[in-house]
Design a protein around this ligand. Structure first.
Ligand code: HPA
Length: 231
């Protein structure tokens, strides 16, 4: 048990899939896991542990933003001996080359968040884990899925002015959680990566409805699940 997670240590796998939305964590458990059970509901931040194709995994929500995922991923890595966290979330596109529903495998997360500084680092860019990414890449090849690999801007403010600076870093889009997640992994010598589904475009102003969001994130979730069985 930690300040924010009520699970017993043995109830959490060393591999965690982490959506932002607690109800998506519930949906993933109900749809994909065998013999799953609820391991956390403190603050309704649902977590479940079960088996996917025989592999024991935990799916637990992060909430929104670096502050929230920063807390949960820190406690999972530090107190529950979790080795791998894969975020499955959504992003807004900064480029016309990305369409709604496209998948992005995040290579680097760029941010002006103070998260890294507060954790004792002095960087504004942090990488995802290459071991996880190469396993995801193998699944992409095997399953013939289209996924774009690239950098992402991780913002602390959903409502903000402009993103020009981040285009110059090759950021394909924007979300709000990868920077704290990857920083915690670096701090604690653990591994983290992220797969994102494009849910809106800051270029064309298109966006997908919450109903469409549910069914169109399944491809991303299946990619994450089919990858972690090889971890
Ligand atoms: N901005 C920030 N975070 C996001 C967005 C966005 O447009 N879409 C999904 N996550």
């Amino acid at each position: 048990m930690t300040v924010h997670i009520s699970a017993k240590k043995e109830d959490i796998s060393n591999i965690v899939i982490m959506p932002g939305d607690p109800l998506r964590a519930k949906l993933i458990a109900e749809k994909y896991l065998d013999n799953y059970y609820l391991i956390n509901q403190t603050r309704n931040m649902y977590g479940y542990t079960g088996f996917y194709k025989g592999k024991r995994i935990t799916v637990m929500a992060s909430g929104m933003g670096n502050a929230s995922i920063g807390i949960y991923s820190y406690e999972l890595f530090n107190d529950y001996d979790v080795d791998y966290i894969i975020r499955v979330g959504t992003c807004g596109a900064y480029t016309k080359t990305l369409n709604l529903f496209d998948l992005v495998l995040v290579e680097k997360s760029y941010s002006n968040s103070t998260y890294a500084k507060n954790m004792g680092f002095d960087f504004k860019c942090v990488e995802s884990d290459e071991k996880i990414n190469s396993i995801i890449e193998e699944t992409i090849q095997k399953n013939g899925i289209k996924v774009v690999r690239g950098n992402i801007h991780c913002t602390d403010t959903f409502y903000n002015d402009g993103y020009e600076e981040y285009l110059s870093y090759g950021c394909l889009g924007v979300e709000m959680e990868t920077f704290a997640l990857f920083t915690n992994a670096k701090k604690l010598n653990k591994k983290a990566s992220a797969i994102l589904t494009v849910s809106d475009s800051l270029v064309t102003k298109e966006m997908i409805s919450s109903d469409e969001r549910e069914k169109n994130t399944l491809k991303m979730i299946e990619l994450a699940l089919d990858s972690i069985i090889n971890l």
